[in-house]
Write a protein that binds this ligand. Structure first.
Ligand code: AMP
Ligand code: ZN
Length: 115
């Protein structure tokens, strides 16, 4: 846990979020600035800077994050139409919040990430 980290503060309930899933180790909530009709962030409650740090420290939890993301896609009704899972890592990706989060996006044709 980090005192200042935005997503740690959401985990602690200090900042409100539109939560769509809460597990023992994971939390999912709607992105405050959605880029698609469905845009949910899936995080670990424990603080890791990014998915690379999580994968090294706790591969089982990294796998659980993927399972929760797929469950969210299902419950959001985009499992059949398709959805995207993305993780930003570091400066060149534009990562804004240094707490691991999966973006689950869907509900419209998203275009190909490689352009
Ligand atoms: P990233 O650029 O991958 O670090 O993405 C951070 C995401 O967090 C952005 O899509 C923001 O819109 C989103 N975000 C920032 N603050 C909040 C918040 N308080 N609640 C929900 N989503 C947020
Ligand atoms: Zn954090």
């Amino acid at each position: 846990m980090s005192d200042e980290c935005l997503f740690c503060r959401i985990v602690r309930g200090e900042i409100p979020a539109d939560v769509v899933h809460e597990g023992e180790l994971t939390l999912a909530f709607r992105d405050i600035n959605p880029a698609a009709p469905t845009h949910v962030l899936v995080i670990t409650k424990q603080h890791y800077t990014d998915v690379a740090a999580l994968a090294v420290a706790d591969p089982e939890l990294a796998a659980q994050l993927l399972t929760v993301a797929a469950d969210v896609a299902e419950s959001e009704g985009v499992a059949r139409s398709g959805w995207r899972l993305s993780f930003n890592v570091g400066a060149d990706s534009g990562q804004l919040v240094p707490h691991v989060h999966a973006h689950v996006m869907g509900g419209r044709a998203l275009g190909h990430p490689a352009g």
